[in-house]
Ligand binder design. Structure first.
Ligand code: ADQ
Length: 458
């Protein structure tokens, strides 16, 4: 059987105690997939060196090998903080107001993609399948082809694909997307992102597009684009739920909630996650309903991320201010309605927190998928499940149609959903949860990886 070579920006091996933590969904998903398959996981070490050498550091992980390289500070600034996180991330999350178009960022991005290609080539054997992850490496397939690699190469994009009208604001957008067509398979989280991609290829590249099969032809290249909705490692997560750590975490929240209904949010601190908007919705609920301070407790877990980028410093400041104001206005001497926690937790603890919460509030403004929504569902007590409130603008909304789906920008709608969730009868909660849980359980990350790999194998 052919080996799997996974490429992603960071290689973060799960030490088995939820160590992937705040590094996000990609790390959680890849550990699951590689443990199943074996092979090599290649990426940036997270370390900086004065002069780039391309020197590989190899290590053995649980069932696979990791290979990492160090980057120069200028590379990190231009490729990672710059093009990836200040250009592509905001643009692909529909925030062109935050996207920065600096030519140096683009040049740094191309340079690092070339360095990755150079370092990767010697590791690849004839039959290997190469599976590239995410927006850091949109042109990597083309770079690998330029070095003569003829293996099957696939790309999975974890974030949304923006509408054509937004994407054309990016300088050299045609070059970027044309380069992507050197992949054999291009995967998206949802049908919506897939359709936007195919639309772009037809309109802007004049490519020949077959909507039904997802085949895109341009010149002598043929790529297949498809939706592969990512899932969680359901079995592993449920096993974590059986641990004393999970039970104690649940008890900590339930015990200290003092009979209030717990609403939970768990997100990397990112402007795409809709965190200030959640507080606005709560503000409305507290303003229009009596005695909410005695009825509801909102726990928001939000570890900071990408702190070198200004928009992330700003969202953190905004959130701190809003939370402070909210608590100042609505607390009682012995009750605080929002607990805002700025750090990551192990995954067993998260399980316990989700289980303690009768409402899961997952309201990103845009999100490729959103795995927190799926984790929340998985962690519920089947006999007394909580209610998931989910943004229509998360990729997960295509699958999790039995959640209370809301427009996160419409405070009134979110407020109403909170009210509905607070009063939902047990029978309806059970019915909704069974439908949601079937999707989360049956479409897990193992199946996701197998599906992608099988498609890549062709
Ligand atoms: P993220 O934007 O990071 O991922 P998400 O899918 O919600 O978003 O994944 C977050 C993961 O990190 C979850 O597994 C969660 O448990 C974990 N996490 C979050 N906060 C945590 C905390 N405080 N402590 C510990 N763990 C925490 C990107 C895309 C998503 C896509 C994923 C996977 O933006 O849309 O779903 O990749 O493809």
């Amino acid at each position: 059987m052919s080996r799997l070579i996974v490429v992603s920006n960071r290689v973060s091996v799960d030490k088995g105690r939820g160590a992937t933590g705040a590094q996000g969904g990609l790390a959680v998903a890849m550990n699951g997939a590689l443990r199943q398959h074996g092979g090599i996981w290649f990426g940036w070490s997270g370390e900086e060196v004065e002069h780039f050498t391309g020197q590989l550091t190899l290590a053995r992980a649980d069932g696979f090998t990791t290979a990492t390289i160090d980057l120069e500070p200028q590379d990190v600034e231009e490729y990672y903080n710059g093009y990836a996180n200040r250009t592509l991330w905001p643009l692909f999350h529909y925030r062109i107001d935050l996207a920065e178009y600096e030519n140096e960022f683009g040049r740094g991005y191309e340079r690092v993609n070339e360095q990755f290609a150079n370092s990767l080539i010697p590791l690849v054997e004839a039959d290997d399948l190469v599976w590239v992850q995410d927006y850091h490496f949109l042109p990597l397939g083309e770079r690998l082809r330029a070095h003569g690699l003829t293996n099957r190469i696939g790309l999975f994009l974890h974030i949304p694909w923006p509408p054509t009208r937004l994407l054309v604001s990016l300088p050299f957008h045609e070059r970027l997307v044309e380069a992507m067509l050197h992949y054999d398979v291009i995967g998206f989280q949802s049908v919506e992102w897939l359709e936007s991609f195919l639309h772009y290829c037809r309109k802007e590249l004049n490519a020949e597009v077959d909507e039904d099969s997802g085949t895109v032809r341009l010149g002598d290249r043929t790529a297949t684009a498809r939706a592969f909705p990512i899932g969680i490692d359901h079995k592993e997560f449920m096993a974590l739920g059986e641990t004393g750590t999970a039970r104690r975490a649940q008890e900590r929240v339930t015990g200290s909630a003092r009979n209030r209904t717990v609403v939970i949010g768990v997100d990397r601190l990112d402007y795409s996650k809709g965190l200030p908007e959640r507080i606005d919705a709560l503000e409305r609920l507290f303003a229009t309903q009596d005695d909410m301070v005695n009825r509801l407790l909102y726990v928001q877990i939000a570890p900071p991320s990408r702190e070198d980028v200004r928009s992330y410093q700003e969202i953190r400041a905004t959130l701190e201010q809003k939370t402070g104001q909210f608590n100042g206005a609505h607390s009682d001497v012995d009750l605080v309605p929002i607990r805002y926690v700025n750090r990551g937790f192990g995954r067993a603890e998260l399980f316990g927190f989700y289980r303690a919460a009768k409402i899961g509030l997952v309201t990103p403004i845009r999100d490729g998928m959103n795995l927190v929504a799926k984790e929340y569902v998985a962690a519920q007590d089947p006999e007394d499940p909580g209610v998931l409130i989910l943004s229509r603008f998360a990729g997960a909304a295509e699958q999790l149609t039995d959640a209370l789906l809301v427009n996160p920008l419409n405070h009134e709608e979110v407020t109403r959903a909170l009210w509905t969730a607070l009063h939902m009868p047990l029978e309806e909660r059970k019915a909704r949860w069974s439908a949601l849980n079937a999707v989360v359980r049956d479409r897990d990350v193992i199946g996701w990886a197998e599906d992608f790999i099988a498609t890549l194998r062709g």
